[in-house]
Design a protein. Structure first.
Length: 318
C-alpha cells in the first residue's frame, strides 16, 4: 500500500512535477509542452481566448465524495466550459496546485489523469503549471482556446425579441450535492453529475455559427448567470419554467429529500450547461432547447415574476 506521506514530501518538488507531467499527453497544437520556463501553443486564429478558475477543497469538492480522477475532470471542465461559452474550442490548460500534507502521490496522479482525460474531450492538452505546499488542496486552472476565425460571443449582445436557449443539463450537480450532503450516494446519475459535469462543449462553437447574440456557461446557477447577460446586455430575460425538463430521477430525489427540483434547476450551478440568446428566426437544431425570451427592461424573471429566493451560488458568502 502506498505511503500516506505528502506527495511533495515523498517525491520532492521536481520529482512530483516529473511524476505528473509524464502522464500528460500532448496534442498536435502543442509546439512545446511541460519542462521549460513556459509552454508554446499554436494560435491559428491569432486570437487566444483565456479563462481561469479555482477549485478549493471543502468549498468546491470533498475528497470523501470525489476521487482525484473526479476532481481532475471537474477542474478541467469548469475552465473549458468558459472557452465554449465564448464560442471557442479549448486548446490548452495550465494547472496550479496547492498540495497539503495529507495528499498522497497516487491521488495527485489520478488528478493529473482526470485533467488529461477531460481536456482530451475537446482536443486540448495540459501543457504546464506550478506546485506549492499549503494547508488547503487547491486546483487553479487556466484554459486557452481558439475562436477558429469567429468573433467571440460575449454576454453583452442579447437583444429584445431574442429567444433564450440552453444546451446541456440543469440542476443535476446541485441535486447530487444535496444528496451527498444528506449522507446518501444514490441516485448515481445525480451524484456523479456533482463529481464530473458533462459539458456540451460542441454546442458553444455551434451556437456561435448559428448566430448566438450572447452566451454564458451555468457555473453559479441559471438565474444568477442569466443576470450577467441581462445586466451586460441591458435587457430583461424571462425563463419559462415549463420549458425546463425535470428528469424522473431528479423529481423522485426532490420528493424524497423535501426539495423542489426547480430550485436545483433554476439556482444550482456547476453543471456548466450553456445558455445563449438567439435571434427569433434562427433554426437551432438538436443541441439547443428554447426556455425563455429576451425583452426590454432589466433583470431576470421566471414566468414573468421575480424569483423568490437566492438566485444561485455567491462566492462571497461563507
Amino acid at each position: 500500500m502506498e505511503s500516506e506521506e505528502s506527495a511533495l514530501a515523498q517525491a520532492g518538488e521536481f520529482g512530483f512535477i516529473a511524476r505528473l507531467t509524464e502522464r500528460l499527453d500532448q496534442g498536435a497544437g502543442v509546439r512545446l509542452g511541460p519542462g521549460d520556463d513556459a509552454a508554446v501553443v499554436a494560435a491559428p486564429d491569432r486570437n487566444v481566448v483565456a479563462s481561469t478558475d479555482m477549485l478549493v477543497e471543502g468549498r468546491h469538492f470533498r475528497r470523501d465524495w470525489s476521487t482525484g480522477l473526479d476532481v481532475g475532470h471537474k477542474a478541467a471542465a469548469a475552465n473549458l466550459a468558459d472557452i465554449a461559452a465564448m464560442g471557442g474550442k479549448g486548446t490548452a490548460l495550465l494547472v496550479g496546485l496547492c498540495v497539503p500534507d495529507d495528499m498522497p502521490m497516487g491521488w495527485a496522479e489520478d488528478l493529473a489523469d482526470g485533467l488529461t482525460a477531460e481536456a482530451a474531450r475537446v482536443g486540448a492538452s495540459v501543457v504546464g503549471g506550478d506546485t506549492v505546499a499549503g494547508p488547503v488542496l487547491t486546483v487553479a486552472v487556466t484554459a486557452l482556446g481558439d475562436l477558429q476565425g469567429r468573433e467571440a460571443v460575449t454576454r453583452a449582445g442579447a437583444k429584445p425579441g431574442d429567444v433564450l436557449a440552453v444546451a446541456g443539463r440543469l440542476g443535476w450537480s446541485a441535486a447530487g450535492t444535496t444528496i451527498l450532503s444528506r449522507g446518501f450516494r444514490s441516485p448515481g446519475a445525480l451524484v456523479n453529475a456533482h463529481r464530473r459535469p458533462e459539458v456540451p462543449y460542441p454546442a458553444g462553437p455551434v451556437g456561435a455559427v448559428l448566430g448566438a447574440t450572447a452566451m454564458i456557461d451555468v457555473s453559479d446557477g441559471l438565474l444568477a448567470d442569466l443576470g450577467h447577460i441581462a445586466g451586460q446586455s441591458g435587457v430583461a430575460i424571462d425563463v419559462d419554467r415549463s420549458s425546463v425538463e425535470i428528469p424522473t430521477q431528479m423529481r423522485d430525489a426532490g420528493q424524497a429529500l423535501g426539495v423542489d427540483p426547480y430550485e436545483w434547476v433554476l439556482t444550482g450551478g456547476e453543471d456548466h450547461a450553456l445558455v445563449a440568446t438567439f435571434p427569433p428566426d434562427v433554426l437551432l437544431g438538436p443541441d439547443w432547447t428554447v426556455i425563455g425570451r429576451v425583452d426590454s427592461g432589466s433583470g431576470v424573471t421566471v414566468d414573468g415574476l421575480p424569483y423568490q429566493g437566492q438566485l444561485g451560488w455567491d462566492h462571497g458568502r461563507a
